[in-house]
Design a protein around this ligand. Structure first.
Ligand SMILES: NC(=O)c1ccc[n+]([C@@H]2O[C@H](COP(=O)([O-])OP(=O)(O)OC[C@H]3O[C@@H](n4cnc5c(N)ncnc54)[C@H](O)[C@@H]3O)[C@@H](O)[C@H]2O)c1
Ligand SMILES: [Zn+2]
Length: 687
């Protein structure tokens, strides 16, 4: 890695000075509105090395050193004094460290904790103090240096969850975190692009930029606020003696300010540490589904009297700690850019990265979206880039760290011909396409590979090499041709009679796949697994789908209206292929789908409104179904299928050997059904 200062401990005074300088620059960017210079992991390591050097050489400690200071001492400070300092939080990274923290807390209290632990999300945004006078929102402040904040009152009115008028006449300062939800982040970037501003690289530093820039911006970017604390103003108190954090948060919510209580991962009071740990695990599991980013879980003494007894260190309270979750952002090196032709002929760039662990998994590739993204970001091969991955999201890359350049970086090379067929490229749109066209020419191999995939026609064994041979022999020119393949054609392509026979069987079986898979196999632009299921369920038959215009398509749940015209046009273009499929006897209806008029009929389905998780082996009436088929079954019966048990889960189907998911469902009080009971519930929908 080229981000040298952090990677090794500071052994000399010169190295120490360099490390302090690097940390201060990073802090200024992190809390300001610039791009992150270092990822959190690198920053934390850097500060760790600085602290180690300072312990060994206290005589060399620089007064501007970031250790022991809120915001590393380099956050933009502002000039409005805080009534009560806004501090940082102490961090722990493991169950063991959490236990040590709790032991030191009880030691400070001279006995066990009576009021329990309040366990909350650690929201990953910007700390904001909102001052209300007689119930009216009059001033917004950043945390700044901890003692002084910046006035960001220009953002009043643009923050969801922070009303301009409270439901009561209190004079208080409500503290919490402002953030961009994932949806707000996408929207903010669209707005910025439309106004010629550079898109934010991630929600976290987008929030800082949004709030601090509100005064000078001509358009309004919306953010979201969640409260996590209150202090009185002008000697007024919001709390009452004997209060708890939980009770005060409930009152804040009653006053009309948003708290994390709106989320199923919201505040929970736990009496014992084992329960705290269990809650942390629960929140970790929910993290990918949350509509906003979190970087940990905050554990606080719930009882105010106990908070007071525990007191404060200079930088953080003793009565709270942050249990940090793995970072969703890491830095690594861009090794190469690959150009691949997708199933619809789109030529998409993919970043090849030096392997790095992000959010619990190893990342080696990331999407680069389109050529414009590469040009706008100015990235070069060899650059240090920041990878961002949250939950199931495809890893993304942020702008390169230009400071880390060594001069050996080389420009990204854009293809001049289609990397698959060598033909021309249509560069007129934001995304480049093989000029050979959709469905035919070069897109064909990719389209066929996609069509036979597990979630589509599931023709196992028909691999890329055989597909290429079939296309080369002229036996296959579109998806429908697969169904009229003859034994001699297959023997020739696979060079095996046995393989040909197996494939013939599987192709015959594929004719009986429900409409949603057949439709998916067409590879219609802007649709995939989920949307294909929605479309098939909504219309019920292929005829109804073909009869639908853009407007009718836009009525399909989850289908973005803006994509409907492109989808409709592609379906029309595929007309001849669809006719061939029907003539070959491929299924053109969806079991449990809507009648031919395309109307909506969500009523009377056995799983309507249910969120279903299936676990364990099925050996009874549901035996032999793979995961995709189970999902199909659940969705056709009106339910939503999910892979992990959470508070949202309404039904767990437990097969043989069900383990941790069953235990969790029982713990959450979720309804649990056996395989037979579930099959009975499905009734007619079990087809
Ligand atoms: N990448 C960089 O360049 C860089 C630079 C500086 C700091 N950092 C990172 O920032 C972290 C330290 O920052 P910090 O000192 O601001 O502390 P912190 O962010 O770890 O914790 C304190 C903050 O947590 C927030 N918070 C969220 N939910 C909360 C809740 N429920 N209750 C109370 N507070 C809640 C508050 O805004 C509070 O100010 C480190 O992890 C470090 O890696 C990174
Ligand atoms: Zn091509």
């Amino acid at each position: 890695m080229t981000t040298a200062p952090a990677s090794s401990p500071a052994t000399t005074r010169e190295a120490y000075n360099q490390a302090v300088d690097a940390a201060l620059t990073a802090c200024a960017a992190y809390y300001g509105d610039g791009d992150t210079k270092l990822d959190d992991f690198t920053y934390d390591t850097l500060v760790h090395h600085i602290a180690a050097y300072e312990r060994a050489h206290p005589e060399h400690i620089r007064p501007d050193s970031p250790t022991g200071k809120v915001g590393g001492g380099a956050a933009p400070s502002g000039d409005v004094p805080h009534t009560v300092p806004m501090l940082s939080l102490d961090n722990v990274y493991s169950a063991d460290e959490l236990r040590k923290w709790s032991v030191s807390l009880t030691r400070r209290l001279g006995g066990p904790l009576h009021g329990g632990y309040a366990v909350e999300l650690k929201l990953d945004g910007q700390a904001v103090a909102a001052r209300y006078r007689n119930g009216r929102l009059v001033q917004l402040l950043t945390r700044g240096s901890g003692t002084h904040g910046e006035d960001i009152s220009a953002a009043i009115g643009s923050i969801v969850g922070l009303p301009e008028q409270l439901a009561l006449e209190a004079t208080v300062e409500i503290r919490g975190e402002a953030l961009l939800t994932r949806e707000q982040f996408e929207k903010a970037n669209e707005q910025r692009k439309a106004h010629g501003d550079k898109p934010f690289s991630n929600p976290r530093n987008g929030t800082a930029g949004t709030l601090r820039g509100a005064a000078s911006r001509a358009y309004v970017i919306e953010t979201t606020f969640f409260a996590y604390g209150v202090v009185g103003l002008d000697g007024e108190e919001f709390g009452v003696p004997g209060d708890t954090h939980e009770a005060v948060m409930a009152r804040v919510a009653e006053a009309g300010v948003q708290t994390t209580a709106v989320s199923e991962a919201g505040l929970l009071v736990c009496t014992i540490l084992e329960d705290v740990q269990a809650r942390i695990e629960e929140i970790t599991a929910l993290r990918p589904e949350l509509p906003f980013g979190i970087d940990g879980v905050v554990v606080k003494a719930n009882d105010f009297a106990e908070q007071e007894a525990a007191g404060f260190a200079t930088r953080h309270p003793h009565w709270a700690t942050a249990y940090k979750l793995p970072s969703v952002e890491r830095q690594t090196k861009l090794l190469d850019v690959e150009w691949n032709v997708g199933r619809t002929g789109i030529i998409a760039p993919t970043a090849v990265l030096e392997a790095v662990e992000v959010d619990g998994s190893i990342v080696r590739k990331a999407t680069l979206h389109n050529p414009t993204f590469i040009r706008d970001s100015g990235m070069m091969i060899g650059d240090v880039v920041t990878v961002w991955k949250a939950g199931d999201i495809i890893p993304r890359i942020e702008a390169p760290v230009v400071d880390a350049r060594t001069g050996t970086e080389t420009p990204v090379v854009f293809p001049e011909a289609c990397p698959t067929c060598g033909g021309g490229i249509d560069t007129s749109g934001e995304r480049w396409e093989c000029a050979d066209g959709t469905g035919g020419g070069c897109g064909l191999l990719a389209a066929l590979r996609y069509a036979v995939g597990r979630d589509q026609l599931d023709i196992d064994g028909l691999g890329a090499t055989f597909i290429e041979a079939l296309v080369e022999d002229g036996a296959v020119a579109d998806v429908a041709d697969l169904f009229t393949l003859t034994r001699p054609q297959l023997v020739k392509a696979t060079r095996s009679e046995k393989r040909a026979d197996t494939l013939l069987e599987r192709i015959a079986a594929a004719k009986d796949k429900p409409l949603n898979r057949v439709f998916c196999a067409l590879g219609i632009v802007r649709t995939g697994r989920t949307l294909s299921r929605q479309i098939a369920r909504h219309f019920g038959t292929m005829d109804a789908i073909r009869a639908a215009d853009a407007e009718a398509l836009a009525a399909v749940p989850k289908l973005p209206g803006a994509n409907a015209p492109k989808i409709a046009a592609h379906i029309a273009q595929m007309g001849p292929v669809i006719d061939k499929l029907a003539a070959a006897g491929v299924t053109m209806t969806e079991p449990g789908g809507a009648p031919t008029d395309g109307g909506d009929e969500p009523a009377a389905k056995p799983l309507a409104g249910q969120v279903v998780v299936v676990t364990g082996g099925m050996n009874g009436p549901l035996a032999g179904r793979n995961r995709a088929e189970m999902n199909e079954l659940i969705e056709n019966a009106g339910g939503t299928s999910s892979s992990s048990v959470s508070r949202k889960t309404t039904l767990l189907v437990a097969g043989d050997g069900a383990g941790s998911k069953l235990a969790k469902a029982q713990q959450l009080g979720t309804t649990v059904l056996g395989e037979q009971e579930f099959a009975d519930l499905l009734g007619d929908h079990l087809s």
